[in-house]
Ligand binder design. Structure first.
Ligand code: HEM
Length: 183
């Protein structure tokens, strides 16, 4: 199991989990609704938000580019912004967020989706220590899209959702790592 997201999910005792990052994350029904309605607006700007997230990530943490064969040698910000591969990757992330929002009330299906994504990131050699940065960059990128509709409650709701995504991805990564080392 991953980290259950719905507020109704039962608390899990820490000793039931082996992973240090498996603390449950919960979102109130109100926060889930706020995420759903803001997502409709963010969606209109989906490819731009995806590109902004990555350009910012690579500016602050250039070493993250090493995981991406297609643009690891691009050092110029304008070349990065214009890169088709970067746009495609940004869109992949946005589509997974779209699926996450669509499954926000279905803990088990959501857990499976994100655990699987974490397992894939083990194959991609994308280290878990960088996942949290994506959440921060996402918040920075959507803030100007929502403008006056931005509130501190909405910010908290999105941060919590990303906390869930990154913790569950890390758990999937660890699962893949363990099964690789035991095979
Ligand atoms: C919240 C954080 C992140 C999310 C939600 C995310 C999401 C995704 C998704 C949806 C894909 C496509 C998966 C597929 O093949 O079906 C992907 C691929 C990939 N991700 Fe991430 N990612 C995140 C963070 C990162 C970070 C920090 C790195 C690098 C340090 C990274 C490196 C990669 C690479 C190398 C691929 C495969 C190449 C590609 O699809 O362009 N990811 N990611």
């Amino acid at each position: 199991m991953g980290c259950s997201l719905s507020a109704e999910a039962p608390d899990r005792r820490p000793e039931q989990e082996e992973e240090e990052d498996a603390v449950p994350v919960s979102l109130s029904a109100e926060s889930r609704e706020a995420i759903r309605s803001s997502w409709k607006e963010i969606q209109e700007d989906i490819s731009r938000v995806g590109v902004i997230m990555f350009v910012r990530l690579f500016e602050t943490h250039p070493e993250c580019k090493d995981a991406f064969f297609a643009f690891r040698d691009l050092n110029d910000v304008n070349a990065l912004r214009a890169s088709k591969e970067l746009k495609a990757h940004g869109l992949r992330i946005m589509y997974i967020i779209e699926k996450t929002v669509a499954r926000i009330d279905q803990d088990d299906r959501l857990d499976q989706l994100i655990l699987d994504l974490g397992r894939k990131h083990y194959q991609y050699k994308a280290l878990p220590k960088y996942y949290d940065l994506m959440g921060e960059e996402f918040i920075q990128a959507i803030h100007p899209v929502l403008q006056e509709r931005w509130t501190s409650d909405l910010e908290e709701a999105w941060k919590t959702l990303f906390l869930y995504i990154t913790r569950t991805m890390k758990k999937g990564y660890q699962q893949a790592q363990r099964s690789h080392s035991s095979s």
